[in-house]
Design a protein around this ligand. Structure first.
Ligand code: DQA
Length: 144
C-alpha cells in the first residue's frame, strides 16, 4: 500500500518549537521512523510538510491520482480553521487518521474544535510523536 503523511504549518519547527508542549523530536526523526516502519512492512511511504494551505490541498488532490491508500494527517493550526482542507479530504475520499502531538482538549478552547475529526477514521492526540507510529500501525494492521 501507499501511505502519505501530511504535516501542517509550523511542524517544520518541531524539536525547538515549544518543546514543553511538542517534545524534542524533530520532524525528520518522525518521518524517518515512519518511513522505516513502512518499508519494513513492505509499504510505500511519502511525506509532506507545508506551511501553505493550498500546497496541502494540492497534495491531497495528487494523492488520489497516485493511488494513495491511506493518509496520516496532523493539520496543525489548520485543524481549527480549514474548511478547504476538510473538503479536499472528503473530495478524494481517502481514509485518514488525524494526529496531534499535544492533547488539544487540555489546551485553549479554540483548539477543542476540529474540522476533521468527524470525517476521520480515528483521532489520536496527546501521545507525542508516538501517535504517528500508532496511526501507521493501525493502517498496516487493518490492511491499508
Ligand atoms: C497540533 C495542535 C494544534 O492546535 C496546533 O496548532 C499545532 C499542533 C499538535 O500536533 O498538537 O500546530 O496539531
Amino acid at each position: 500500500a501507499t501511505i502519505l503523511v501530511l504535516h501542517g504549518p509550523n511542524l517544520n519547527l518541531l524539536g525547538t518549537r515549544e518543546p514543553e508542549i511538542y517534545g524534542h523530536t524533530t520532524l525528520e526523526d518522525i518521518n524517518q521512523a515512519l518511513s522505516t516502519r513502512c518499508k519494513d512492512a513492505g509499504h510505500h511511504f511519502m511525506a509532506l510538510q507545508s506551511n501553505a494551505e493550498y500546497e496541502l490541498i494540492e497534495r491531497i488532490h495528487d494523492a488520489r491520482r497516485e493511488g494513495v491508500d491511506f493518509i496520516i494527517f496532523n493539520p496543525a493550526a489548520f485543524t481549527h480553521s480549514s474548511i478547504a482542507l476538510r473538503d479536499a479530504l472528503a473530495g478524494v475520499n481517502i481514509p485518514f487518521i488525524e494526529v496531534h502531538l499535544s492533547n488539544v482538549h487540555q489546551r485553549e478552547s479554540f483548539r477543542h474544535h476540529s474540522y476533521f475529526s468527524d470525517i476521520a477514521v480515528g483521532v489520536i492526540c496527546g501521545l507525542g510523536a508516538k501517535g504517528y507510529e500508532l496511526a501507521l500501525d493501525w493502517a498496516i494492521e487493518n490492511g491499508f
